[in-house]
Design a protein around this ligand. Structure first.
Ligand code: GUN
Length: 292
């Protein structure tokens, strides 16, 4: 029997409607929540993501603005721009789209964002709170995955979750969330990365397999445990004979995985839309905290 498809687009829509509904409930009587987005340079994928984030904010009733900076902006000037938003009560959230040009120290930028406006949950203060089970914000991609599992009624307690990739944006915070005590957590977590001699040794043990390695269709059907829950975080462009000249694929060979997994997220339409929905939730949270 083919795997059940976890429809991230539909679940994200539910979350977005909930956020929009809550904001509509106080619209008019209070200021709207607000998100400032910084985009440095002209990375094509970042431009698409930032546009999607802006549109999602608008639909939810969140005021948003994207401030664009030339790729050669100095680190000092960017830090000053961040400081100005930190000190401006008109903005509840500030997101600096990554990646940044090579001459800018990404970690310095992340640490410059005020923790209470850090809707990405990238600042070490928020990462630290997350790792001790006291999160302020939820990191968008991992929290989106947990939300998808929750709303699909997929239990994680006692299951072996194997996370492929150790990035600060996905792999590490994913492990932090799944290892905590609590519902839709309490998993036994393994992080697998490029130092593994043979990743299939680990992927085959996964009840829940989360692929975030950025390698198109690297995870083949025979690397997956029958009945496993497969969450594909990858969004990779590969050449295709169509108008665009490319198509999007995940880190998992979808057609093969469909035959063996119990549940699977598609690409596109899986994890990606959830990420934006969780960003809206975080912005609303920042707003409530700042409104007291
Ligand atoms: N680049 C890729 N994903 C993200 C994200 O979630 N937040 C930011 N700021 N940049 C990204």
């Amino acid at each position: 029997m083919p795997a059940q498809i976890i429809d991230g687009k539909a679940i994200a829509q539910e979350v977005r409607e909930e956020v929009a509904h809550e904001i509509a409930g106080f619209a008019g009587s209070r200021p709207q929540p607000s998100l400032m987005v910084f985009l440095v340079g002209d990375d094509p994928a970042s431009q698409v993501y930032v546009r999607m984030k802006g549109r999602a904010c608008e639909k939810a009733g969140i005021t948003s603005e994207t401030r664009r900076f030339d790729a050669d902006i100095s680190e000092k000037a960017l830090l000053q721009e961040i400081s100005a938003i930190n000190n401006d009560p008109a903005w509840n959230g500030l997101l600096v789209q990554l990646p940044l040009p090579g001459h800018i120290d990404t970690q310095k930028v992340i640490e410059a964002v005020a923790p209470e406006k850090d809707v990405d949950c990238f600042h070490p203060f928020n990462v630290g709170r997350l790792s001790v089970g006291m999160p302020v914000f939820s990191p968008a991609t991992p929290a989106g995955i947990v939300e998808m599992l929750k709303r699909s009624d997929i239990k994680t307690a006692g299951k072996h979750a194997v996370i492929l990739g150790r990035s600060n944006i996905v792999g590490k915070p994913m492990a932090s969330l799944l290892v905590q005590k609590g519902d839709f957590a309490n998993a036994l977590v393994t992080i697998v990365h490029s130092a593994a001699a043979d990743i299939s040794e680990y992927t085959r043990q996964a009840d829940i397999l989360i692929a975030a390695i950025g390698r198109p269709e690297m995870i083949r059907g025979d690397m997956i445990k029958p009945g496993a829950i497969v969450i594909d975080v990858g969004i990779n462009r590969i050449d295709a004979d169509n108008e665009k000249g490319y198509r999007l694929v995940g880190d998992v060979a979808y057609d093969e995985a469909l035959e063996i997994a119990g549940h699977i997220t598609p690409v596109p339409g899986g994890v990606g839309p959830m990420t934006i929905a969780m960003l809206l939730k975080n912005t609303l949270k920042a707003y409530h905290m700042q409104q007291g």
